[in-house]
Design a protein around this ligand. Structure first.
Ligand code: ADP
Ligand code: MG
Length: 553
């Protein structure tokens, strides 16, 4: 077969130009990208191997091997992973179909396209190698059989493809370095880049060197992945690097927890709470943890390991307790995963508690971003009510717009005779602050929680009582404040029976407004305002009615 010439999809060229201009100071990440592709390819092979015994065998352990031809300024990266057929070479290395690159482009259109900082953090993929290469040759043989193919390009709009004589399974990539990028043909440079970005790669990364006419392989990365090592062996950098790898988030995580459980269902895990919300926090349904079984990656988003209300958590779980040949679909029925999930929930919440107790400011920053999501847990996870109730924070009539109060603090500073926790729901802090319902309570010095999140109505339905204290809406049903807080003369006067003329007035309201209201009562809850609307004790709050209306119910 003679070489066929093909053009890149227009976006590919666009992407390459973009990278050349934005990543010039951070070119070395191309190696991270190629190694991560090789590691993915070995992952895929190992996963398929479990059920398909007809894959091409390799006589080498699963690994990634780098080698340098210093004289000709060539860097080689070779793996014995799943490999690519001719069609796969053309689809994968000629178009932008890959998830990572797509996400990168999407994100880029929202942000400033020249934000080089941002670009370097994403999985920029295979094409990033053209930042340092004047030519790239990819030879690959699919583990599914068929002949091997050779893909060649100078990154100038087209590539050629032809048959190759490669006999072994997997992919070999030759990077012919540009004259000004010769430093990447230096073994110390390569060692340091691998250690910096790819130390956590699951498979051995070797450097093949010729010493005194003998070929010698040196392993460059650590032998065990971060989560399987002893905690004491890991440096904070190890955890941060793993986080970047699994989360697509370039910011440092807020906290992480390394979990090693030896009980009934032993597993290792590292879980992370991010410092900022991902842009799709409220809409995404792709939450989950990366699940490994015996070093084989089973799925990157295992939903069975994480409840929705912790969907901001990222992490890796490895257990040898599930059969390797479990299909991704069958995971749902597995009875070990719920036990692991329980532990993950417990550990996540306890590390948040730890943060709340020890680094208040950091915790409140977390809460600002993720509090509303966390509160969903009251509805979905009754078992965790107690812990969640220690983690929730509220705005109130005493905190001001920027402050927060916990249940514990509320109870510590409540009025002596107070037996209920008062709250008000509404669309915003400003709206609640002006509510006439507040008057009687603030004048007595009683604190009222302001609940303004959409989820709060569900929170209240699931959590009506905190310890011995009922949560009591101040705009529903009767509100008897007798004996609570600082009572003024006016409060005492209000206790007296209503005058004759008021009884008459009430009757007049009742007959005139009978279509719109259920009852008219003399109120003890007002100071400045003449009247206010109150919902039935068991009825929907006005805020809830608005939410239901907005959602078309
Ligand atoms: P991503 O890794 O995010 O999918 P890349 O641009 O890095 O995007 O790679 C594009 C695709 O090319 C990969 O999804 C994979 O299918 C294929 N590929 C790249 N390198 C290899 C390799 N070493 N072995 C097998 N397939 C590969
Ligand atoms: Mg990639």
């Amino acid at each position: 077969m003679t070489a066929e010439v093909h053009s890149f999809q227009a976006e590919v060229q666009q992407l390459m130009n973009l990278m050349v201009h934005s990543l010039y100071s951070n070119k070395e990440i191309f190696l991270r990208e190629l190694i991560s592709n090789s590691s993915d390819a070995v992952d895929k092979l190992r996963f398929e191997e479990i059920t398909n015994h007809n894959l091409l065998k390799s006589d080498k352990e699963n690994s990634i091997t780098l080698s340098i031809d210093k004289e000709n300024s060539i860097l080689n990266i070779e793996d014995n992973g799943i490999g690519m057929s001719k069609e796969e070479l053309m689809n994968n290395l000629g178009t932008i179909a890959s998830s990572g690159t797509k996400k990168f482009l999407e994100k880029l259109s929202e942000q400033d396209k020249k934000d080089s900082n941002l670009i370097g953090q994403f999985g920029v993929g295979f094409y990033s190698a053209f930042m340092v290469a004047k030519q790239i040759i990819v030879e690959s043989r699919s583990a599914h059989g068929g002949s091997a193919y050779k893909w060649t390009s100078s990154g100038d709009g087209s590539y050629t493809i032809e048959e190759s004589s490669k006999e072994t399974r997997g992919t070999r990539i030759e990077i012919h370095l540009k004259d000004e990028e010769k430093e990447f043909a230096d073994d110390w440079k390569i060692r340091s880049i691998v250690r910096k970005y790819s130390d956590y790669v699951t498979y051995p990364v070797y450097l093949l060197e010729t010493k005194e006419d003998k070929q010698e392989e040196t392993r460059l990365n650590k032998s065990t992945p971060v989560w399987a090592r002893n905690k004491r062996e890991n440096k904070p950098e190890d955890y941060k690097e793993l986080y970047k790898q699994i989360s697509m988030d370039w910011r440092e995580p807020l906290l992480w927890e390394h979990i090693s459980v030896e009980g009934l269902v032993p597993f290792n895990a590292v879980i992370y709470v991010p410092s900022e919300a991902p842009f799709d926090l409220y809409t995404r349904d792709n939450h989950g943890l990366h699940l490994y079984v015996k070093r084989v990656s089973i799925t990157e988003k295992c939903k069975e390991l994480l409840p929705e209300y912790l969907r901001f958590v990222a992490g890796v779980v490895e257990t040898d307790e599930i059969p390797l040949n479990v299909s991704r679909e069958i995971l749902q029925q597995n009875n070990k995963l719920p036990q692991i999930k329980k532990q993950i929930i417990k550990k996540t919440l306890s590390s948040l508690q730890h943060l709340a107790n020890n680094e208040q400011e950091k915790y409140l920053n977390f809460y600002k971003v993720f509090g509303a999501v966390l509160k969903e847990g009251f509805h979905f996870d009754h078992e965790q009510h107690e812990t969640l109730s220690e983690l929730v924070r509220f705005k109130s009539s005493k905190t001001g717009k920027e402050g927060w109060v916990s249940f514990k603090e509320y109870i510590e500073r409540k009025a002596e005779a107070q037996r209920e926790i008062y709250y008000l729901t509404g669309p915003s802090y400003e709206a609640l602050e002006r509510s006439p319902h507040l008057e009687a309570l603030t004048s007595r010095g009683i604190e009222v929680l302001f609940l303004t999140d959409a989820i709060d109505e569900w929170f209240l339905m699931s959590y009506a009582k905190h310890g011995e204290y009922n949560l009591k809406s101040i705009n529903k049903g009767d509100l008897d404040l007798t004996g609570i807080g600082k009572e003024s003369e006016e409060d005492k006067k209000n206790e007296e029976a209503p005058a004759e003329e008021l009884v008459g007035l009430l009757d007049l309201f009742r007959t005139k407004l009978s279509d719109d209201i259920k009852e008219v009562k003399i109120s003890k809850r007002l100071r400045e305002s003449a009247c206010c609307l109150v919902a039935d004790e068991n009825g929907m709050s006005a805020h809830m009615e608005r939410i239901m209306k907005a959602s078309g119910q």
